[in-house]
Design a protein. Structure first.
Length: 369
């Protein structure tokens, strides 16, 4: 009941709109319809659920893009001998959209169908009006119907003829404005003198309307030869307009001293350790080798083991305290084989009890003006 009331309201609204709108945009048409009913819609099945029907429509074009219509159709499906033919009517309204503002349209609507019983249908379709004369047009349409009650799917093809009252809406909508274009590309040069029409907006042109040589990024290379547009103004460039680079090195060294006969890192918060760790974080692809050393006094084999322990202890501080991945660090001991000071003094021994590490990074840097 509510669906029928909605349909009646929709039809009444369309009629009222048609009365108020310009009647020069209305049409009246008749059509034949090839109807294809859902195979589950009728019990028992008719002899042929595909058959012909006919109908009438009254439509109106409200604007170049929108229109609407009322439709009435008669449908008859042939029955087997001994059965009654299934026939009835369909009526409703469609909203029509003309996407190209010509005679091609898509439409959607609500229909009520009375055959073996009543059906409430929603429909979608595609159609076109083919102009025969200014007033007469052929109607061609394909439509799909969906029953809201039982979800039946019906289809139809329509072929008909309409008569349009008054002038054509599409002709009026598509009429070109008679405005002369003296400078089509707005470059300041009249079309009659413009040897380079359709110049891109904003480009400086000469008296012939052709683009003047430009250097948009001010790098000293004209745009036509610039292989690297939009180079920063602070960069030096090559003959192709591309930024120049040079190789630069950045390095850091680490040296940590140890007590006699000890591999303990006395000050894990040593500023040198922190700076070394920061350097490795800055360059995450770099690995470091930590080299441990000892002083000369004592057994050479013991000193070798002690120097390796010092290197490993330093590595562990970098891993545990500063978060450096252990896989990036290698610890190796050299014992007393690489003395900094060969004197046999306490000062010399203190200098030799150490670890050392050095990183050198080669990187590309922009050459600036």
């Amino acid at each position: 009941m509510q669906k029928k009331r909605f349909a009646l309201s929709l039809i009444a609204t369309l009629c009222a709109f048609s009365t108020m709108a310009n009647d020069k945009q209305m049409w009246l048409g008749g059509f034949a319809e090839y109807y294809y009913a859902d195979k589950d819609k009728f019990q028992p099945l008719p002899k042929d659920r595909i058959d012909w029907g006919w109908g009438l429509e009254l439509g109106q074009r409200f604007s170049p893009s929108w229109g609407g219509r009322l439709e009435y159709a008669r449908i008859e499906l042939e029955a087997y001998p001994g059965q009654e033919a299934i026939d009835g009517s369909r009526y409703g309204a469609d909203a029509m959209y003309f996407p190209f503002q010509d005679d091609t349209y898509v439409f959607a609507g609500l229909k009520f169908e009375s055959l073996d019983q009543g059906y409430t249908l929603g429909n979608l379709g595609l159609g076109r009006h083919w102009a025969l004369t200014e007033k007469w047009k052929l109607i061609t349409e394909l439509t799909a119907y969906h029953d809201f009650g039982e979800s039946y799917k019906d289809f139809s093809g329509k072929f008909g003829l309409l008569y349009q009252f008054g002038s054509s809406t599409t002709a009026t909508a598509l009429a070109p404005a008679p405005a002369p274009k003296l400078d089509s590309d707005n470059d300041g040069v009249l079309d009659d003198n413009d040897k380079c029409p359709n110049t891109v907006a904003g480009v400086k042109v000469d008296a012939s309307g052709c683009a003047m040589p430009m250097d948009s990024d001010n790098d000293g290379v004209l745009d036509s030869q610039d292989k690297c547009p939009n180079t920063p103004s602070s960069d030096k460039t090559d003959s192709d307009g591309c930024t120049l680079f040079e190789e630069a090195q950045e390095s850091i060294t680490l040296s940590v001293k140890f007590d006699n006969n000890s591999s303990k890192v006395n000050n894990p918060e040593n500023e040198d350790l922190r700076r070394f760790a920061d350097f490795m974080k800055k360059y995450p692809d770099v690995s470091a080798q930590i080299e441990g050393h000892s002083s000369a006094p004592g057994n050479a084999k013991y000193n070798l083991t002690l120097s390796e322990a010092r290197a490993k202890a330093t590595k562990q501080v970098l891993v545990d305290k500063y978060g450096i991945d252990a896989s990036r660090l290698t610890a190796i001991g050299y014992g007393e084989s690489q003395l900094l000071n060969t004197a046999n003094t306490q000062e010399a021994h203190s200098q030799n009890r150490r670890i050392e590490a050095k990183l050198v990074i080669t990187k590309r840097e922009k050459v600036t003006k």
